[in-house]
Design a protein around this ligand. Sequence first.
Ligand SMILES: NC(=O)c1ccc[n+]([C@@H]2O[C@H](COP(=O)([O-])OP(=O)(O)OC[C@H]3O[C@@H](n4cnc5c(N)ncnc54)[C@H](O)[C@@H]3O)[C@@H](O)[C@H]2O)c1
Length: 335
Amino acid sequence: MAHLDLTGKSVFVTGGYGLLGSWLVRSLLDQGADVTVLRRDITSRSALVVSGDEARCSVVSGDLCEPGLVERALGEYECELVFHLAAQTIVPVANKSPLGTFETNVRGTWTLLEACRLQGVSGVVVAASDKAYGNSDTLPYTEDMALRPLYPYDASKAAADLITRSYFHTWGLPVAVTRFANLYGGGDLNRSRLVPEAISAALSGRSPVIRSDGSPERDYLHVDDAVEAYLAIAAAVVDGKAAGLAINAGHGEPVSVLKVVSTICEQIGSDLVPDVRGEGPPKGEIPRQWVDPSLIRELTGWQASISLEEGMARTIAWYRDHPGSLPVGPPPRSS
Ligand SMILES: NC(=O)c1ccc[n+]([C@@H]2O[C@H](COP(=O)([O-])OP(=O)(O)OC[C@H]3O[C@@H](n4cnc5c(N)ncnc54)[C@H](O)[C@@H]3O)[C@@H](O)[C@H]2O)c1
């Protein structure tokens, strides 16, 4: 698999306190990188904090969109490599109040890219999403398909995707954009997401509620697989093979919401079964989607290796060990 020597490399990560970022930062640190993370929220439940990894990083506090903040951080820490993961990622929040989502996901992305351009970093990986493709009768999504998003979160990710690639085509910034499938794993603090909410319910003896009819299908990628994919893409950006590209990652096969929640119920070992309450797919969400991961395999040799059963076992084990990080807040409005 494509490999980058990270020893002593100065790496900047936005979104390092989130689901993906926490595990990516751990891997970077374990491989000898000097990691600087951007922290907007005080999140004591984050996997980055509870693991003690935050203490191994340099921390820059502030909002991604704050003028000059990221540029100063990149300069001060002489960052060579940047992973941009920070985003407003919750679909119901985007549907209710889109401006905050556009602000972070679009303005935040151009603010970061401009800082990278001005500071001359040697590799950038920007998280877009498979949601950027929008509804498509043809599946799986391949990278040459048009982006046709319908909803605010999806549109924000498509905008970030296009803007990111313009920085390669216009200024030669060595950047790739990721269009990954649905991620899951320990340390997801977002209660409106299916997996942490269902685990939280089942661990406390409640039947996990499915707000749809359980039929929506997604491609579910465990966060450990996703971290390997990000590192492989970064290596391919730095050696020039992936610069300017948008790259999918996932298993390349769909799994229904009902199957995911049933797997959680079975693994938690209770007599609980999913409480299916909806009819059809939720409003404002794509009914079926999964990605073709051929390009990333060809470019880097990466392929997903963690099955749904194995990934869910790891995820449940993490939440059992960290009950204080189970999601809190209002129950989800869709799944
Ligand atoms: N989770 C998924 O299923 C999935 C799938 C495909 C793509 N993605 C993308 O991957 C990236 C990481 O996803 P995740 O699930 O780890 O996200 P997350 O919601 O767990 O974490 C996002 C982080 O971004 C930070 N953040 C938000 N707004 C910010 C701002 N204005 N300034 C600074 N920091 C800010 C938050 O504090 C949080 O720590 C996101 O860009 C997301 O859109 C996620």
